[in-house]
Design a protein around this ligand. Structure first.
Ligand code: AMP
Ligand code: ZN
Length: 494
C-alpha cells in the first residue's frame, strides 16, 4: 500500500481560503509549478525561505510515494522593475553596470542560485525551464488571446484587456480585489499610458533601442510580459490544468492573477486546482527584499559576515530555523532566534545519534505508534513543520529518558522510532547532521593522507627524495602539513 493511501493530506488553498483534502487530478501523481527567481542578483534569505518551503512540499509528496513533476522556472527576461510596463529590465540594468552580456548576468546568478539551493540540501526541480527558452510558446499564446478578443495591439505592443475579461470571467478572485475598486484608485494614470486601461497588462512589449534582449514577433521586435512565461511553461509541461501552483505571497497580485486570466482565455479552464503562497521572511519587521537592500544573503549567514550576526550559522541550522515557523506565517530573521534554533538543532541531532546506543527491553513506556502518526498528522495539516519539529522534540525527550534508564522500549518500537526519526529529519525536513558529515570528511581526509604518507615512506626507502619532497611540498600547498616524529609521520591542517 502506498503511503498516500494511508494518510489524508490537507492543503490550504489561497483561492478558496480553506484547507482542502488534497486529491491530485491523476491518482498517485502530482503536477506542481513554482515561480522561480529573477536572476539578476544573488538570492537572499527571503527568496530561500520560499524555495525551501516548496522543497519541503516536494519532499513530503515524494515521501508519500507520490510521483511528482515539479516545474520551477528561471525568469531571465521580461520581469520589469516596479511592476510597471515602462520600468527598467533589472537584468539589462545589471549587465550595463557590470559591463556584461545580459546572458552572462543570467548565467552568473543562475549558478549562484543552484549552488545556494545545493548548500541548503534542496532537491533540483524535475524541470527548470527558462523564459527565453520559451519565446515561441509565449508568442503562440498571445496570438490565441488576440484571436479570442481579449488582447489588443498598439504601437507594436500587445496588452491584455482586463475589462473585457472581467465581463465574462472574474478578475481578482485570487487576491480578493475587485476591478471597480482598482479602476477608481488608478484613474489619473490612464492619460500617461498607451494602454486602454491602467489595469491592462503587457503580453508583448515593443523594445526600445537600448533594450537589447528582444525577439521577432508578428507585432514588433520586443519581449514578452513577465506573467506570460509562467502560463506558457506551466501549460507546456503540466497541461491546461494542474494540481499546485506556488510562489511567495507577494506574487498573488498581479502576477498570479494575470496568469489565471491568460490561462482561462487560452485553455478555456482555470489553470490551477490549489494555489499555495508562502509568507514573507522579514528583517527588522520589514519584508526582505532585493530592491530595498533590507536583506541577508545566504553566504553572509554561512560566514557570519553581516553586522546583524554574532557568528556564522550552517545552512542546515538556517533551514531548521525557517521550518520552526509555518510557511504561511510571517517569520522575522534575527541572530537570537538563530542561536536558539542552533541549540534546538544540536539537541535533536544528539538525541538521534544516541538512538544507536539504546538497548531494547520487553515493552515500551511510550506509545511510539501514536507518536509516529502524529508526525504524519503534522505534515498532513498543510505541511505544519513547527508541529512536526515539536513532535521530534517529544521523541528526543523520550530518547533521553531511555538513555538515563527512566524509560523502556521494545525492539519493534525501537526500529519504528529510528526509522521515523530518520525519515522526517533527513528525508522530509532534509536536515544534515553536520557533526557526522564532518567526521565522515575527516575520515576521508585521514585515509587519503595516510596513503600519501606511506607512498612517501616507500620513496624515501628507495632514496627517491624528489618524490618524497614533492609529496610533502604539494600537501603543504593545499594546507596539509606533515610532521616527522619518533612515532612516525603525522599531519595537521590549517
Ligand atoms: P523574485 O526573484 O523577486 O521573483 O522572487 C523569487 C521568489 O521569492 C518569489 O516567489 C517571491 O515571492 C519570493 N520572495 C521574495 N521576497 C521574499 C521574502 N522576503 N520572504 C519570502 N519569500 C520571498
Ligand atoms: Zn510566475
Amino acid at each position: 500500500m502506498k503511503r498516500y493511501e494511508q494518510q489524508e493530506l490537507y492543503v490550504y488553498n489561497s483561492l478558496t481560503k480553506k484547507k482542502e483534502a488534497f486529491k491530485p487530478i491523476y491518482t498517485g501523481a502530482v503536477g506542481m509549478y513554482v515561480c522561480g527567481p529573477t536572476v539578476y542578483s544573488n538570492v537572499h534569505m527571503g527568496n530561500c525561505r520560499t524555495f525551501l518551503s516548496f522543497d519541503l512540499v516536494f519532499r513530503y509528496f515524494k515521501h508519500l510515494d507520490l510521483k511528482v513533476r515539479y516545474v520551477r522556472n528561471i525568469t531571465d527576461a521580461g520581469h520589469l522593475e516596479n511592476e510597471g510596463e515602462s520600468g527598467d529590465d533589472p537584468i539589462l540594468k545589471k549587465a550595463r553596470i557590470e559591463k556584461l552580456e545580459p546572458m552572462e548576468v543570467v548565467q552568473k546568478y543562475t549558478v549562484d542560485f543552484h549552488e545556494t539551493m545545493a548548500k541548503f540540501n534542496a532537491l533540483p526541480p524535475s524541470i527548470e525551464p527558462t523564459a527565453t527558452g520559451h519565446i515561441l510558446e509565449q508568442i503562440e499564446i498571445i496570438s490565441k488571446i488576440i484571436s479570442e478578443g481579449y488582447a489588443y495591439e498598439i504601437n507594436g505592443s500587445v496588452y491584455f484587456d482586463v475589462n473585457k475579461f472581467d465581463k465574462d470571467h472574474t478578475y481578482g478572485k485570487l487576491s480578493g480585489r475587485n476591478l471597480e475598486d482598482m479602476v477608481s484608485n488608478t484613474r489619473e494614470l490612464t492619460a500617461q499610458s498607451e494602454k486602454r486601461n491602467p489595469q491592462d497588462f503587457a503580453l508583448w512589449k515593443k523594445a526600445e533601442p537600448q533594450h537589447i534582449m528582444n525577439w521577432s514577433s508578428p507585432w514588433s521586435k520586443g519581449f514578452p510580459g513577465w506573467h506570460l512565461e509562467c502560463t506558457a511553461m506551466s501549460t507546456k509541461y503540466l497541461g491546461p490544468q494542474f494540481d499546485i501552483h506556488g510562489g511567495g505571497m507577494d506574487l498573488k497580485f498581479p502576477h498570479h492573477e494575470c496568469e489565471i486570466a491568460q490561462a482561462e482565455v487560452t485553455n478555456k479552464k482555470t489553470p490551477v486546482r490549489v494555489w499555495m503562497h508562502t509568507n514573507m521572511l522579514t528583517l527588522n519587521g520589514k519584508k526582505m527584499s532585493k530592491s530595498t537592500g533590507n536583506s541577508i544573503l545566504p553566504n553572509e549567514l554561512f560566514t557570519g559576515n553581516n553586522t546583524v550576526l554574532s557568528k556564522a550559522f550552517s545552512p542546515t541550522v538556517a533551514k531548521f530555523f525557517m521550518f520552526q515557523a509555518h510557511y504561511r506565517s510571517v517569520l522575522d530573521f534575527s541572530n537570537d532566534a538563530l542561536i536558539a534554533s542552533e541549540k534546538g538543532y544540536n539537541r535533536l541531532m544528539e538525541a538521534f545519534r544516541s538512538l544507536d546506543h539504546i538497548t531494547a527491553s520487553e515493552s515500551s513506556s511510550f506509545d511510539v505508534e501514536k507518536w509516529r502518526q502524529s508526525c504524519y498528522d503534522a505534515m498532513n495539516d498543510d505541511f505544519n513543520s513547527p508541529i512536526l519539529i515539536a513532535q521530534l522534540f517529544e521523541a528526543s525527550k523520550y530518547i533521553n529518558g531511555l538513555k538515563d534508564g527512566n524509560e523502556t522500549i521494545s525492539q519493534s518500537d525501537l526500529t519504528t522510532l529510528k526509522k521515523t526519526m530518520h525519515d522526517f529529519i533527513f528525508d522530509v525536513l532534509a536536515l544534515v547532521d553536520v557533526a557526522s558529515e564532518g567526521a565522515k570528511d575527516g575520515n576521508h581526509l585521514s585515509g587519503a593522507v595516510a596513503l600519501l604518507i606511506s607512498l612517501r615512506n616507500q620513496a624515501r626507502a628507495n632514496k627517491d627524495f624528489a618524490t618524497s619532497d614533492q609529496i610533502r611540498d604539494q600537501l603543504l600547498e593545499v594546507g596539509i602539513q606533515l610532521k616527522d616524529g619518533k612515532e612516525g609521520t603525522t599531519f595537521s591542517t590549517n
